[in-house]
Write a protein that binds this ligand. Structure first.
Ligand SMILES: Nc1ncnc2c1ncn2[C@@H]1O[C@H](COP(=O)(O)OP(=O)(O)O)[C@@H](O)[C@H]1O
Ligand SMILES: [Mg+2]
Length: 245
């Protein structure tokens, strides 16, 4: 009973963002992106990441607020969907949509990008690309596109487990085109950052992808078309957001 009272007091305490910030301790900045500030903090004793979308003073405040709410909400929903589909991703711990705040599990480890740059082509790097492909296939099978499935948005923890992070551009979509763009983005990142064994890495990725997504052939065919016909229009992070809700 006393524990329950304590818990409800705690929930009361974390209800507003000001108060959440109070229960966030020992924060240090991890990154400041175009979309969000990412902090590493202790949250109720848990090693956590706080992703905060701040108001953009140059946007109409109402549009800005709406975008912040919808992107924050969509990011949390996308992570939950990914987890449900069997993708390893940081577990959401707290959300305050109005404040653009999403708190999630901190995943210790190194970015897949740095791992691949350091190790180059070997069985282990191939295996990680395969897992990344498997995870993307699971998402696509479940109607979720990641939006930025690059090696900068994947972390290998000390146990050697791969996590997918940054669902800030994710969409709920079953459109072949959206899935093809996802794979295209993954390929483009391999070409620009991991060109030492470009084709090999792509093959490893596709081995995983084809294992978890049965329409992989259609997606790959579409990726080829997009590339050869140059019909891909660069999808970027913009201050206007790109919500299609
Ligand atoms: N859950 C997490 N655990 C550990 N590090 C994280 C986590 N989320 C983000 N980061 C770190 O913060 C960086 C930026 O976060 P990310 O979600 O990718 O935001 P952005 O939209 O700015 O790219 C990541 O590249 C990673 O280094
Ligand atoms: Mg990122």
């Amino acid at each position: 009973m006393e524990a329950l009272t304590r818990l409800s007091r705690l929930v009361e305490e974390v209800r507003t963002v000001d108060k959440v910030v109070k229960v966030l301790e020992r924060c240090e900045e991890l990154s400041v992106g175009a979309e969000a500030r990412v902090l590493r903090c202790r949250f109720l004793g848990i090693d956590a990441v706080a992703k905060l979308r701040l108001p953009k003073p140059f946007l109409d405040p109402r549009i800005d607020a709406k975008l912040r709410v919808s992107r924050t909400r969509k990011e949390a929903r996308a992570i939950l969907k990914a987890l449900e589909l069997g993708v390893r991703a940081p577990v959401p711990l707290w959300i305050d949509e109005e404040s653009g705040l999403l708190i999630m599990q901190f995943v210790e480890g190194i970015l897949l990008r740095d791992y691949v740059v350091e190790k180059g082509w070997c069985d282990d790097t191939c295996r990680y690309f395969e897992i990344l492909g498997e995870f993307l296939g699971k998402m696509h099978g479940g109607g979720l596109v990641h939006g930025d499935p690059t090696t900068s948005n994947a972390i290998i923890n000390p146990l050697g487990e791969l996590y997918v992070i940054d669902f800030g551009l994710a969409e709920f979509s079953n459109a072949l085109e959206d899935k093809a763009i996802d794979v295209h983005i993954a390929f483009r990142a391999i070409e620009s950052t991991h060109f030492v064994a470009e084709q090999e890495f792509k093959n490893c990725f596709l081995r995983g992808y084809s294992r978890t997504y049965d329409r992989w052939r259609d997606v790959v065919a579409r990726v080829r078309e997009i590339r050869t016909m140059g019909r891909y229009v660069e999808r970027r992070r913009t201050v206007w957001g790109e919500d299609r809700e």
